[in-house]
Design a protein around this ligand. Structure first.
Ligand SMILES: *Cc1c(COP(=O)(O)O)cnc(C)c1O
Length: 384
């Protein structure tokens, strides 16, 4: 396995103060926390750690050691499965996107690949592909989310076709997969699970349901399956509007840090930022933070979005620009150039709070961290 603390920020390079910090220890904690929601012992559901979108922006290579306790990894595309093999993951890998074209079948070149099958043509492609390895198949039910997958009417014919492939030695075990549209709601899965169970009634094979929200809010249903598939909660974000990550005992795995790089004293009536989106009602001390939308900070975050400067919670002012943003130094009058700024991921400032203020969700901010932001691994690289 290549070193996981590869030099993302080469030694000796003078870096811009903006950086993300990734805490693999938080991921191991969250994984253990999610496991604890499931019954233990033989027959306990196994856990796919969802690492699509490069582990929700955290970098799968950086956190792989923390995922050793997972039973499998779940990715979107077979190319990502190959990347997981390259960094040393030898366990099962579930591919949510299945095959996008017949050529994708050429990527079925390692053991223990599990393909989610979402339409009948994928089974045709497998039937005609020169397969190096035979994948396990998971038929996806369209469920109440209606993104991809088979309708109730098409499910059993698809199961028959998949079994025919297995009989010809072209596929391994055939499982059943459902993904809920409303798992964050307290009554969000009852009808969806009943419909899914009716469709697969009497069919052999393992069952997989339950993303983070389902696992944390509907644990009893998750416990009745063979595999669960959390993503977001592994990275320490809450999937619920009414329960914080701290309340759920989840630890944020990513934090985003910067510094004050400018200070402006503006008079009452003066504008700050493009279009004067913030007009100072009174004389105001404004701090300029080097972090903008080109770094992945949401441009839609309005005045009032929380920011921590030198340990004090304050607020964003005006419009976020490409490389910088303005913050209110009123509550932090001592802050000077170089004062530390936390944009998200510290205690008291969850990425969920910033996302809510910007009208989006934590997963969009985590996966949207831009490639130009250097990354440090917590406990491995004592940087700025
Ligand atoms: C992304 C994804 C998950 C993980 O969802 P979270 O809400 O991040 O826990 C599980 N199953 C499927 C099919 C997915 O696409």
């Amino acid at each position: 396995m290549p070193p996981v603390n590869a030099p993302y920020r080469p030694e000796g390079l003078i870096a811009r103060p903006l950086h993300a910090r990734i805490d693999a220890g938080a991921v191991s904690h969250n994984l253990a926390r999610l496991r604890a929601t499931l019954p233990a012992g033989p027959g306990a559901p196994r856990l796919w750690a969802t690492v699509k979108a490069d582990a929700y922006g955290h970098g799968v290579a950086r956190i792989l050691p923390a995922l050793r306790g997972a039973d499998g990894l779940a990715v979107l595309h077979l190319n990502e499965a190959r990347a997981c093999r390259r960094i040393g993951w030898n366990g099962p890998i579930l591919v949510y996107g299945g095959l996008y074209s017949p050529a994708d079948a050429l990527l079925l070149d390692s053991l223990d690949l599990h393909l989610v099958i979402t339409h009948a043509a994928q089974l045709e492609w497998l039937a005609h592909a020169p397969l190096a390895e035979r994948p396990a198949l998971w038929l996806r039910y369209a469920g109440d989310i209606h993104h991809t997958g088979f309708s109730a009417d098409d499910y059993r014919p698809a199961f028959e076709a998949a079994c025919a492939l297995a009989r010809r030695g072209l596929a391994g075990e055939i499982g059943h997969l459902n993904h809920y549209a409303r798992a964050d709601e307290s009554d969000g899965v009852d009808a969806a699970d009943a419909a899914f169970r009716a469709v697969i009634a009497g069919l052999p094979g393992p069952v997989s349901t339950s993303n983070s929200a389902a696992l944390l809010r509907h644990g009893a249903r998750a416990a009745g399956t063979q595999w669960v598939r959390p993503g977001l909660a592994l990275y320490g974000a809450s999937p619920f509007a009414d329960l914080s990550a701290a309340q759920l005992d989840l630890r944020p795995a990513m934090s985003l840090h910067s510094q004050i790089v400018g200070i402006q004293r503006v008079q009452a009536g003066a504008g700050v930022g493009y279009s004067g989106a913030f007009m100072a009602p009174a004389a105001t001390t404004v701090g300029i933070v080097t972090c903008g939308y080109a770094d992945g900070y949401p441009r839609h975050a309005p005045t009032g979005t929380p920011v921590i400067v030198d340990g004090v919670r304050t607020r964003l002012l005006g419009r976020v620009s490409m490389d910088m943003m303005a913050v209110d130094l009123g509550p932090v009058p001592h802050a000077c150039i170089g004062a530390p700024v936390t944009l998200w991921g510290a205690s008291g400032l969850a990425v969920e709070d910033v996302a809510a203020s910007a009208g989006t969700i934590a997963a969009e901010l985590l996966t949207g961290l831009s490639a130009r932001v250097p990354v440090q691994l917590a406990g491995r690289d004592a940087g700025p």
